[in-house]
Design a protein around this ligand. Structure first.
Ligand code: FA5
Length: 352
């Protein structure tokens, strides 16, 4: 074969291909065309087998002509396939009555629960003051929840905590975060951490009590404890409580301190904050008293220091048990503590 004959044959084949492509209806038909002309045993591949019949000096030119034809047909085919794909999509969309002008569904971003936010803020604040953040178990031994906290077996404080007992004797759902006081002291000593010991322990607590706007059966507290070899006074305690409230509310809150009784502190105090819902006028949240019981605290009782493994002759300290759930309500204007763990998305969305 000579080059002119090859050119004519290629031209005829290319025209035939273009016609076949133009006539093919849809992607499947185009696949058939591809197989017939460009496939392994297709017509254009067959042309390459004829190259052996060319004189040596013409062989390169003949190969080039054949490849160029194959490339043009390939491009034509790719173009046709793209158009067929688009046409198929348009037809499918048309069929389903799809309207691209209708706005899509709104994707709502989630956000952190206000309790989580306030807890993290408090953790940052206390960590910046050198406190460690500790955790304790929610299912707690009676020993840590009561005995080691200087609460005698027949003490009314056990009743007032309305404990959820498990079927295992001596095991309950913790009624407060105070068990972490003793656990924390032991952990501090075991790890030979330097004094003073400063720690907070935020967490969930449980009480079997009648619920109302300011009382939930499941709520959050944050324990705080400082133990030092140097004498720790009520002035240290008050300074820390004021720093805590200023850090959370960004301003001085009106607070009042009154004597409070907890067997694990001596002396003990109740720090109340002026109710922000009613500005002190009285509402269901503050039980119409104008004040919200927020932050009981006191100097750690020597018996508790002893249970923790420190020597009460040489060590002293203070502790507090912040009502985290109530604090979140006060800060965010939530007038009923039961909203916090209700799982109601309308409530949660108001914090997005
Ligand atoms: C205690 O739980 C003590 N362990 C606190 C403490 C720690 C005192 C260290 C001294 C030293 P109380 O039962 O008062 O104390 O609870 C502490 C705070 O938790 C309350 O001031 C209140 O803000 C909050 N709280 C108590 N009961 C509920 C409840 N049912 N629902 C929501 N918050 C509550």
């Amino acid at each position: 074969m000579d080059l002119n004959t090859l050119k004519t044959e290629l031209e005829t084949l290319e025209n035939e291909c273009r016609r076949a492509i133009a006539e093919a209806a849809g992607a499947a038909a185009l696949d058939d065309v591809e197989r017939k002309y460009l496939g392994k045993s297709g017509a254009l591949k067959g042309m390459l087998s004829k190259l052996g019949s060319f004189a040596k000096e013409q062989r390169a030119e003949a190969g080039k002509l054949t490849n160029e034809t194959a490339k043009r047909v390939d491009a034509e085919l790719a173009n046709a396939k793209e158009k067929a794909g688009k046409a198929a999509l348009d037809a499918a969309l048309e069929d389903r009555g799809f309207d691209i002008t209708i706005p899509g569904p709104v994707v709502r971003a989630g956000s952190l629960h206000p309790l989580t936010r306030v807890r993290r803020e408090l953790e940052d604040l206390f960590v910046s003051m050198g406190y460690a953040v500790l955790e304790g178990p929610e299912v707690e031994l009676e020993k840590y929840n009561f005995d080691d906290l200087n609460i005698p077996a027949d003490h009314p404080a056990r009743e007032s905590h309305d404990t959820f007992w498990t079927t295992t004797p001596g095991l309950c759902l913790r009624t407060h975060t105070s068990p972490v006081q003793v656990r924390g002291m032991r952990w501090w000593i075991d790890n030979k951490f330097p004094m003073p010991m400063r720690a907070i322990a935020p967490g969930r607590v449980f009480r079997n009590e009648t619920v109302d706007a300011s009382h939930e059966h499941t709520f959050h507290q944050m324990e705080g404890i400082v133990i030092d070899e140097k004498p720790v006074s009520i002035a240290h305690l008050l300074h820390s409580m004021k720093t805590l409230l200023r850090g959370i509310f960004g301003r001085e809150l009106e607070v009042r301190l009154r004597p409070g009784f907890f067997p694990f502190v001596e002396p003990g105090f109740e720090l109340d904050a002026r109710c922000l819902h009613c500005e002190g006028k009285g509402c269901p949240f503050c039980k119409h008293s104008g004040w919200v019981e927020l932050l009981p605290c006191g100097l750690v009782h020597p018996n508790v220091i002893q249970s923790g493994g420190f020597d009460p002759e040489k060590h002293s300290g203070f502790a507090f048990g912040l009502g985290l759930s109530r604090l979140v309500c006060l800060r965010h204007g939530v007038d009923d503590v039961r909203h916090l763990l209700s799982g109601d998305v309308r409530f949660l969305r108001s914090f997005c």
